[in-house]
Structures are given as C-alpha cells and as structure tokens.
Ligand binder design. Sequence first.
Ligand code: ARG
Length: 250
Amino acid sequence: ANSSADDINLWKNSTLNKILQRGELRVGMEPGYMPFEMKDKKGRIIGYDVDMAKKMAKEMGVKLKLVPTAWDGIIAGLLTNKYDIIMSGMTITQQRNLKINFADPYVVVGQTIMIRKELAGKIKSAADLDKPEYTVVSKLGVTGEIATRKFFKNAKIITFETESDAVSEVLNGKADGVVYDQPYNIVFMSDKGKDKLVHLDTPLTYEPLGWAIRKGDPDFLNWLNNFLRQMKGDKVVDFHGKLNEKWLRD
Ligand code: ARG
C-alpha cells in the first residue's frame, strides 16, 4: 500500500496538478478528422473534441491551448510533454495502451468503406472489393490502415499522410475504395461525397475512442473519468444526440 508521502508525491507530479499550477490545459490533436477536430473556413480548429476540451478547461478553471500535431508522432509528443492530453478521436488499441493510458471511451465507432459510385451494386462488402483489380486506400498509422491490411489481402493498398488525401484518391477515380472511421465517412457523404461515392456503412471493426494521457497518473485519470461520467449524464457527450445534431447534421 502507498504511504501518505507517496500519495502526496503522486499528486505533486500529477499532470492535473501541473495544469492547475500553470493555469493552462494543453491539448494535442490532429485537425482533419471530422467531426472531432477540423478547421473551419477561417482556419480555426473546431469539432467535438474541441467542445469537450473547452468544457474540460472550464471545469478546471484554466485556459485552454490547442496544440495541432501531425498524427505521426502524436503519441511521442505526449510522452515528451508537448501537451497534457491527446483528444484526437484516438481509438483505444491494446498496442497504444502499452505506451499510454486512456480515459474511458467517450464513443464507440468502427471502420467503414466509401467506394466509387460506379461500383455501386457490384461491390456490397469488403470481400467484394478484395480483388487484385481494385485499389483500396487509407491513412498511414491509423486503425483504418490496420483494418485495410486485415480485410484486404488481394486488392492493392496505398496509404496517405492525411485522411483527405486518401479520400481524394477515390474522388478523382485513382482508387476504388477508402477505409476510415464511420463518423468521418458520414460527414464526408453528407457533403463532398454526395453523388460521387457510396458508403458501405456496416462497421468492420469495434473501436472505442478515448482521451490519452501519460502512464502513472491515477489522479488525472480519476478526474477525467468522473468528468466524462458527468458529461454523459448531462447528455453533453451523447454521440447519437447532441453530437449528431451539431456535427453530423445531414
Ligand atoms: N480512430 C482512428 C485511430 O485512432 C483515427 C483517428 C484520427 N484522428 C485524427 N485526429 N486525425 O487510429
């Protein structure tokens, strides 16, 4: 059991304590993942995670600083203390969880496929698309890439640095399908993908999304999980309710 001196040290070193001392919460995220974090026409970062981060900072009584970060290196940035928390639609995978801790999931999503409209009817599932004559794209280093490699053993696979580059490839007919998180695909279909792509919207995977922090910080984790429980109870976090109304209007 911990002695009370250990507990005091734990709290002294807690990221939560440091946030309070600093008067600022620093949140790492990669904008581009609709509707969780993306840029509006004026270049401001908006989205579901941003709303949650604002609420979080408000409850802590501190200022909020968003730290835009490339996906590649987003975990390294947390480990080297460039920010206090990752709020970036990150799937809780067992491999990531070996390096970082996650608060409880705030929503569960899955990978879905958007295909060229011309293939509608002919392609109804991942298996239909898994043929050598087809090219499937995804984004490097995300769970979409993992699912693509798992479900496509015969099709050609190409990965891109950003989700928008991957989707563009299908829009301009250079690839046949793109595998990515269902919420992104829903938003995309309601806008740029309309009349151009077809959404095979049955999820291929089970993916809880969670906010990530450094390991060894029970005080911060406890605060986050209780904050999240309250947000859920107050229906602020409600993927099929308010989130849907605000960010997934279609
Ligand atoms: N859920 C997927 C993953 O964790 C994609 C998240 C991408 N997030 C972002 N902000 N670009 O791999």
